[in-house]
Design a protein around this ligand. Sequence first.
Ligand SMILES: *Cc1c(COP(=O)(O)O)cnc(C)c1O
Length: 353
Amino acid sequence: MPAPVRLRPEIVALPAYAQGRAASADSFKLSSNENPFPPHPAVLAAIRDLDINRYPDASALVVRERLAARHGVTADEVIVGAGSVAVLAQLISAAASVGDEVVHAWRSFEAYPGLITVAGATSVAVPLLPDARHDLPAMAAAVTDRTRVVIVCTPNNPTGTIVTADEFATFMAAVPNDLLVILDEAYVEFVRDEASVDGAALIGHYPNLVVLRTFSKAYGLAGLRVGYAIAHEAIVQAARSTAIPLSVTEAAQRAVLAALDHEAELLEQVAVLAMRRDEVQQQLRAQGWQLPVTHGNFLWLPTGAATAEAAALFSAAGLVVRAFAPEGIRISIAEAESVATLVRVAGEVVRTL
Ligand SMILES: *Cc1c(COP(=O)(O)O)cnc(C)c1O
């Protein structure tokens, strides 16, 4: 339907955001990498009895102070947003606009191209290596005079692959030090490989590096929308200027504090999910799957041209998965009760490939 007013053509051309489909009562939603555990009672208690007639604290100061203390920085080096996607959008808008380029891997997080277009900038997508890992040398080579931001996603959504600390150090040495590099670590808590890059260990080492994290996945707060970044004070200030004011709710801020108070228990659940992931990975390899090694709370099945058919098989079996035709299927590691069906259907699918 044509719009009755003049809109930005590049915005009109954007595909609508495709959310992981909701599950019916007798199916499992394995399409959004959410945490399957119910919220911690302390989190629920913290968001009860809010003065919702009042605005929240605009800068989430108490949360920033708490995160600053754990990362050994000042509160001015922490930015909190309505999900780490919001922080990412703010950072991109702060650094890139019309005529500027943003380099990222592809396939990677599906939100990246849209956020870049909304900022007015141009997306430069660098293909993953055949083993579904970031091709960091190619990403460094894609940097031009017009590049303002590079996004590195590790573990990569949707393939689960990590960037190693050595690879990342080489990359940082190869790119200009006035280029904003965003390390998107939405799944870092699930990583068990010691060779992996760890943004927290790099804070203070590179003035152009932003470490981006979220409470949506490991901490189970996806529905409250809260994430954060650690960066140089001047970068934080610029990203704050591009925010929609007051978008981080008081409920989200209180929930973060409660979740951090009970972090050890939450990280035990993360450990359960990481073990479950490794067991499923092993079983699928035994079935003949050639999977990239996954380090997040999800798996990547390279189903290629058979993606739509395979997704239909999972769906018929009561598992809602995320299909990226014609490349593959991303499946969250979630409820224990979903695993047997996941493995059974994967076994049927691999025989048809
Ligand atoms: C889920 C996810 C995010 C974060 O989402 P928020 O809920 O907005 O914090 C960020 N990056 C990647 C790669 C993700 O998969």
